[in-house]
Design a protein around this ligand. Structure first.
Ligand SMILES: [Fe+2]
Length: 386
């Protein structure tokens, strides 16, 4: 930390939050002079009552929403291009991303491509594609239906190539939603294992943001509140859903994704290859790896772990107490604690470690992580300790 340096922080998303708030969306769009939103969501969600409820609230305000449901679990380029075609064919004037990470990714990429002629992958972050984002971006709204990824407040989208399946990250600050409608009621009926795994993703975001290198007291403060909210509510949200618990989790997920503009860390770097190679749910991968990633970091920032233990008022306020809290929480949520439980074998570790080392997230980890370190972390997680 250096008080003489210059820093740049972004917290500009307008957020409408609370049970039933989604019913205000139609009025909000109308006030912007918009009439025909493209409502992007996955096939499964499009068949649920919550989808028709949102559709009807928009129609009630005189809007003419158009559904787009061609979305793969790991979105591909053609999902985006068919959405862009739909957007123009149906003369849409705005885009709504409704759902978890995949729907938001496709909706955000449609918003990007709608008025840009270039190939979608010209906007890839790793080749500085951001500089090509020069044209109009349609009014873009996000509605999360899980409390985890926080991609409703994000600025990037991950789309895979149709043939090679290679994942491309497209990024621009202009891809941030103009408005987020965060309605905890939408998460009340989620299967408990989805609430548990997505909640652990949100917890990992908050913890890794707090521990990340760099100077960002705004994000540190947010992350601390996010961790506290999750301690208070994740178990209840999973096993005994209530509006209060679901609201706290939805807020904690928004907070986590806002806070991780500071950076993430070793846990996300170990989780990413588990999803790309073994198709593990992102939240589940984080839930398994969190304890082992934190154990790796423990000695480099012991005082921060002690601070966290005290902050959430654990009985054991030592640095190790915080890691025990994580394992116990995982157990209470009914989540697995080892990679072997997911069919991962010892001879997979080398490949996983190489991919994890290439992942960018660990660049902001409080401690340098080598490929060898990744192998040890995965080995520790292979059979777990409990
Ligand atoms: Fe995550």
């Amino acid at each position: 930390m250096n008080w003489n340096e210059h820093y740049n922080y972004h917290f500009p998303t307008e957020i409408f939050f609370g049970p039933g708030i989604v019913e205000k969306l139609g009025e909000h769009l109308k006030n912007q002079g918009l009439k025909n939103p493209l409502l992007v969501t996955d096939e499964g969600l499009s068949k649920l009552p919550l989808f028709s409820k949102i559709f009807k609230t928009l129609e009630k305000e005189g809007l003419k929403p158009v559904g787009h449901h061609e979305i793969h679990k790991n979105p591909i380029k053609s999902d985006v291009l068919s959405g862009v075609k739909n957007y123009h064919d149906q003369k849409c004037d705005s885009i709504i991303g409704l759902g978890g990470g995949a729907s938001m990714d496709v909706a955000r990429a449609i918003a990007l491509k709608a008025y840009h002629e270039r190939d979608l992958f010209d906007f890839e972050d790793s080749i500085g594609g951001d500089k090509h984002v020069t044209e109009n971006i349609p009014y873009f709204v996000t509605i999360p239906t899980t409390s985890g990824t926080g991609s409703e407040v994000g600025r990037s989208t991950v789309i895979s190539d149709n043939e090679t399946k290679e994942k491309k990250i497209l990024f621009s600050p202009r891809l941030m939603a103009k408005a987020v409608f965060a309605d905890p009621e939408l998460t009340l009926d989620l299967p408990f294992h989805v609430t548990a795994a997505t909640g652990m993703d949100a917890l990992t975001h908050n913890i890794e943001a707090f521990l990340a290198k760099g100077f960002n007291p705004l994000c540190d403060g947010l992350a601390l509140e996010g961790i506290k909210l999750i301690k208070e509510s994740l178990e209840e949200a999973t096993h005994r859903p209530s509006l209060e618990a679901q609201s706290k989790m939805m807020m904690a997920a928004l907070i986590g994704a806002t806070a991780f503009q500071k950076g993430l860390g070793v846990v996300h770097s170990t989780a990413h290859p588990l999803s790309t190679v073994f198709d593990l749910h992102h939240g589940l991968a984080n839930a398994i790896m969190l304890k082992y990633g934190l154990e790796f970091n423990l000695n480099s920032c012991k005082e921060k772990f002690e601070f966290l233990s005290k902050h959430i008022q654990l009985e054991d306020s030592s640095s190790g107490g915080f890691i025990n809290f994580i394992s116990e929480l995982n157990q209470k949520l009914g989540l697995p604690h080892s990679l072997s439980s997911q069919g991962i074998k010892e001879n997979d570790i080398e490949k996983l470690a190489a991919l994890a080392h290439k992942d960018v997230c660990h660049q902001s980890n409080p401690k340098t992580v080598t490929e060898f370190d990744f192998r040890i972390i995965y080995k520790n997680a292979l059979h777990g300790e409990k």
